[in-house]
Design a protein around this ligand. Structure first.
Ligand code: KIV
Ligand code: ZN
Length: 379
């Protein structure tokens, strides 16, 4: 039987921190309802202490959502936790996500503190958060660069204090997959009360490794993964929800499953891109415009013979209507013939050869030859 991986979506919090991506409360509710329909297990709706607008967004998302857990972020600061607890008062199932820096870099440079003081503050904060909700997640910020022994001690202490989930973020996107996977494995092997909590992973994409690191975390015992739609987030972004979900689906042999309805991935990606005014790059895995578009002659010929030659998933699996064949100067006769047939034209070989040579002349000056151009050409 497959092991369930819980999808924690932070599009509305880590994603929304991106300059220019801010949403109104109304828009946040629309996105949250779509995430719920997508099958996300936990929706991080905001950071209530940060602004009255964010507080209100968590309140309204809590009222609107019933199928997913609604989560609110706080630092290990009593006023933050109080704001998060208040904002979640209408949540059917609410979670407070509280945390503090765990690397020596953060402990010294950000907090001018010591490991012992950080540990005490973390424990105090988790206990305080438990006064509001039964479900408290602790994040050990910058865990990717933290001392492993200290990270294990911190994890043990917050679990004893009542944390139900412990998040081990690679906040700066520093880790390599093997290194991050080993970190998670080590936490599993050395924290005595680890079975009392879920270990969560939260990776940033500064080296383009967020998805690889998240998969390494899952393969080494993490059962919750924190992601955003389209991978939006601070700096180079967060792990993309669609990438982790489809990697686990395509690689069934790994033995993991999520509750995500993958056929909703493309429409939700489009909605979020439009609402957040953040275009999806054309070659973005799974949801980019070119993810199911074939443009070179060799690939087009192989794809037309059998789509499995160049596609590891069906476009319909992610909510895309169909694959496309782009007619460019790199396309071959087979693709041209196929497109002409779709338009209702069949030709014998010599005529097709002559159309093909005129097609190449046209394609050399235009980036892409569309149906209208083709009709002109055959006429
Ligand atoms: O990247 C990070 O460490 C975070 C925490 C607030 C979870 O976003
Ligand atoms: Zn983050």
């Amino acid at each position: 039987m497959s092991q369930r991986i819980y999808i924690f979506d932070t599009t509305l919090r880590d994603g929304e921190q991106v300059p220019g991506c801010q949403l109104t409360t109304k828009e946040k509710v629309i996105v949250a309802k779509e995430l719920e329909r997508l099958g996300v297990d936990i929706i991080e709706a905001g950071f209530p202490v940060s602004s009255p607008g964010d507080f209100q967004s968590v309140v309204e998302v809590s009222r609107a959502v019933s199928g997913s857990i609604v989560c609110a972020l706080s630092r290990c600061v009593i006023a933050d936790i109080d704001a998060a607890g208040e904002a979640l008062k209408f949540a059917k199932r609410g979670r407070i996500h509280t945390g503090i820096g765990s690397s020596d870099i953060h402990i010294k440079n950000k907090f001018n503190s010591t490991r012992e003081q950080i540990l005490e503050q973390a424990v105090r904060s988790v206990k305080h958060a438990r006064k509001y909700v039964d479900d408290v997640e602790f994040y050990a910020e910058d865990a990717g660069r933290a001392d492993l022994d200290f990270l294990c001690r911190l994890t043990e202490a917050v679990i004893s204090a009542g944390a139900t989930v412990v998040n081990i973020p690679d906040t700066t996107g520093y880790c390599l997959p093997g290194e991050y996977g080993d970190k998670i494995k080590c936490i599993y092997n050395s924290v005595p009360n680890v079975d009392k909590a879920t270990i969560s992973i939260h990776c940033h994409n500064d080296l383009g490794l967020a998805t690889a690191n998240s998969l390494a975390g899952i393969m080494n015992g993490a059962r919750q993964v924190e992601v955003t739609m389209n991978g939006i987030g601070e700096r180079a972004g967060n792990t993309a929800l669609e990438e982790v979900v489809m990697a686990l689906k395509v690689h069934r042999e790994l033995g993991f499953e999520t509750g995500i309805d993958s056929t909703r991935l493309f429409p939700v990606s489009q909605l979020i891109s439009e609402m957040m005014r953040m275009p999806v790059q054309a070659n973005k895995a799974i949801v980019g415009r070119n993810a199911f578009a074939h443009s070179s002659g060799i690939h087009q010929d192989g794809h037309l013979k059998n789509s499995e030659n160049y596609e590891i998933m069906k476009p319909q699996d992610v909510g895309v209507d169909k694959s496309s064949i782009l007619l460019t100067a790199r396309s071959g006769r087979h693709a041209l013939k196929h497109r002409l047939e779709l338009l209702g034209y069949t030709y014998d070989k010599p005529t097709l050869d002559s159309i093909y040579s005129r097609f190449l002349d046209m394609a050399d000056v235009r980036k892409e030859v569309n149906d209208k151009d083709l009709m002109e050409l055959v006429r």
